[in-house]
Write a protein that binds this ligand. Structure first.
Ligand code: COA
Ligand code: AMP
Length: 630
């Protein structure tokens, strides 16, 4: 069956469609119904089924005789090592870590925060939590202690699992001092922390710390605990408009069913084949396509600890694909922009046999046509852009090459996937004509695997996603649908920016800048960047009477964002200005400032209070190389 028929079947008969897809999962008790309204903000999928994620990602493959199949390949150019873990070993490791957690009182529904670099133990930790029904929340290693503390306070974990360090090119990032600082700051105190020691920086252990190796050595293996289909598998925090991150909840049953379906239909990958998502387990791409989907589907997943360039050079992607016979590859466009910048002619591909590679998938940010063309020209492979979000957990729109290879339109992530009824709406919530720009929304209900709520924040969930367009999920992206039904994603409608494929909140950065003692007012915008897509740029207005060198204050602002949010914010541009452009009602005109910075033609907004300020903003930006400056 082709894409259109599948999409229409999922729309006409969601119950039949998803119950059929659910048969690919091993249920302890099969669900009697797919979608059920249980009084929450949206109906839940498979809520009366009983199931276990770890069983589906490890044990069932061992039981089917695939215990010797490689589940995880850790390829780590930063430590110059390659390690393989079979499904049999994965089952054993998850059972023992789960046993160690259970022996210390972690039980179904308890939260566990995971703060680990790109080591296979991070995947083991995630699966071990799901094995006993504990709800994990992975925090990306590039966040500072403060962000970790915010997530600990929100998730209220019983335990933390952390690595002793991560390795960035040229520096070892000791995680344990960051964890200790976070635990110091947080009001919630987890009962214990399991620390995975790495040779590059061994952690000093404190009274609440347990050594990973000792914990596993002494643990009785834990069995998989069946949980209800709507039990949260994990919470993943993502950036919203304010500084407080949103805790996206992922329901167990729908997650298993949807991800399993995507492996063959979207990613064209069969059990036993090697899938590589070059992302990080701290992001949704890492959750879905490093940890979960490949393992649920019985594939081999590559856990890559390195960068597209600099570890040691731009040949690394090609080497890893060839060495491990990767069948399908997934990364963010920014990663290829980095490769292209260092090796524009693709000379470093020489000697790497990519004959086994079928498709290259891109997501996480807009895939610019230049980058797509470059990848196609160098590799000769099909390049598939697809669009999704932390909230959805899997692609809203894609070219489902496993199901049917649709014509590619460069610049478009193609068409909605089965279960997704995507509409473009105007401000009043009316559907617009094809090729007309508007807010992208999805008619409810959303398909399985998507967020049913935000962790302990149902009102925020309703306000952020359901209230603007009643009956629809508001994606936060603007764009259009063309006459062929292809989607075009143009921009965010909120204060979220996308830096090197990482989703960041300008609001969160503004909160940090406002905390500087000399700053009276500030605004952070995203400016276009040829490598990272966007970069944050901060404008600060000083408190009356402050008479210190402006570049010194700007430097302190940069340092403050790095200290409070972390290096991942990539906040390196700050400038002092006298005033910010505002509407007469006092709203800062961030979008206009961003256009000025990018050198676009700006129409002076009718509501602006004082148009002269726009000229002042451009004058401040030119010396930094923006607004047409060099
Ligand atoms: N732990 C600690 N620090 C981290 C980190 C981690 N896990 N990940 C990134 N950082 C640091 C980087 O070292 C860098 O620090 P610096 O300011 O001291 O140089 C900073 O955070 C910014 O990182 P990043 O924006 O990633 O820039 P980069 O210059 O290190 O690398 C790319 C640029 C394009 C190569 C890189 O962003 C990349 O590979 N992106 C792939 C995209 C991706 O994985 N997206 C996820 C969704 S698919
Ligand atoms: P995240 O939740 O971190 O995955 O970020 C999701 C956001 O990234 C989306 O809402 C989009 O703004 C952007 N995004 C992801 N994939 C694409 C894509 N293929 N094209 C354009 N934007 C994308």
């Amino acid at each position: 069956m082709g894409w259109k028929a599948e999409w229409e079947r999922a729309k006409a008969d969601p119950e039949g469609f998803w119950m059929e897809k659910a048969e690919a999962i091993d249920w302890h008790r099969a669900p009697s119904v797919a979608l059920k309204d249980r009084g929450g903000p949206v109906p839940e999928w498979f809520s009366d089924g009983m199931v276990n994620t770890c069983h589906n990602a490890a044990d069932r493959h061992v039981a089917a005789g695939h215990g010797d199949r490689v589940a995880l390949i850790h390829d780590s150019p930063v430590t110059d090592s390659v390690t393989r873990i079979t499904y049999g070993e994965l089952q054993d490791l998850t059972a023992r870590l789960a046993g160690a957690l259970a022996a210390r009182g972690v039980t179904k529904g308890d939260r566990v925060v995971i703060y680990m670099p790109m080591v296979p133990e991070a995947v083991v930790a995630m699966l071990a939590c799901t094995r006993i029904g504990a709800i994990h929340s992975v925090v990306f290693g590039g966040f500072a202690a403060n962000e970790l503390a915010v997530r600990i306070d929100d998730a209220q974990p019983k335990a933390v699992i952390a690595g002793s360090c991560g390795i960035e090119p040229g520096r070892v990032v000791a995680y344990k001092p960051l964890l200790d600082a976070a635990l110091e700051k947080a009001s919630h105190k987890p009962e214990f922390a399991i620390i995975f020691q790495r040779a590059q920086a061994r952690a000093e252990m404190g009274p609440r710390d347990v050594d990973w190796a000792e914990a596993l050595a002494g643990a009785a293996p834990a069995e998989c605990v069946p949980v209800a289909g709507d039990h949260p598998a994990y919470i993943l925090y993502t950036s919203g408009t304010t500084g407080a991150p949103k805790g996206v909840v992922r329901p167990t049953g729908g997650h298993l069913v949807a991800l399993d379906w995507t492996m063959e239909n979207i990613y064209d990958t069969k059990p036993g084949e090697v899938f590589w998502a070059a992302s990080d387990v701290g992001w949704v791409v890492g959750h879905s396509y490093i940890a979960y989907a490949p393992l649920i589907h019985g594939c081999t997943s590559v856990v890559f600890e390195g960068k597209p360039v600099g570890t040691p050079d731009a040949s690394t992607f090609w080497r890893v694909m060839a060495d491990h016979k990767v069948a399908n590859f997934f990364t963010a466009p920014t990663a290829f922009r980095a490769v292209k910048r260092d090796d524009p002619e693709g000379k470093l591909m020489a000697g790497h046999d990519l004959s086994g590679l079928r498709n290259i998938f891109l997501a996480g940010e807009r895939a610019d046509p230049d980058t797509i063309e470059w990848i196609k020209a160098r590799t000769g492979k099909s390049v598939i852009d697809h669009w999704w979000q932390t909230e959805t957990g899997w692609a809203i729109a894609a070219n489902p090459v496993g199901l049917e290879r649709l014509p590619v339109k460069i610049g478009s992530p193609s068409v909605p996937m089965p279960g997704w009824d995507v509409r473009v709406l105007d401000d009043a919530g009316h559907e617009v004509a094809p090729d007309t720009l508007g807010a992208i929304a999805v008619k409810l209900p959303l398909p399985p695997g998507t967020l049913p709520t935000l962790w302990h924040a149902e009102a925020r969930f309703r306000k952020s996603y359901l209230e603007t367009f009643p009956g629809f999920y508001e994606t936060g992206d603007a764009g259009m649908i063309d006459a062929d039904g292809y989607l075009w994603i143009m921009a965010r409608t909120d204060d979220v920016i996308n830096v090197a494929g990482h989703r960041l909140s300008t609001g969160a950065m503004e909160e940090v800048l406002a905390g500087h003692p000399d700053v009276a007012e500030c605004a952070v915008i995203g400016v276009a960047d040829p490598l990272k897509g966007q970069l944050p740029l901060g404008f600060v207005c000083l408190t009356k009477g402050v008479d210190r060198p402006h570049d010194e204050i700007a430097r302190e602002c940069v340092g403050l964002v790095r200290e409070k949010i972390g290096p991942v914010a990539a906040f390196k541009l700050a400038v002092v200005v006298d005033r910010l452009p505002k509407t007469r009602s006092g709203k800062i005109l961030r979008a206009t400032m961003a256009k000025i910075a990018d050198g676009e033609t700006v129409k002076t907004p009718a509501t602006i209070d004082d148009p002269a300020i726009l000229g002042e903003i451009a004058d401040a930006l030119r010396p930094m190389g923006y607004a047409g400056g060099s």
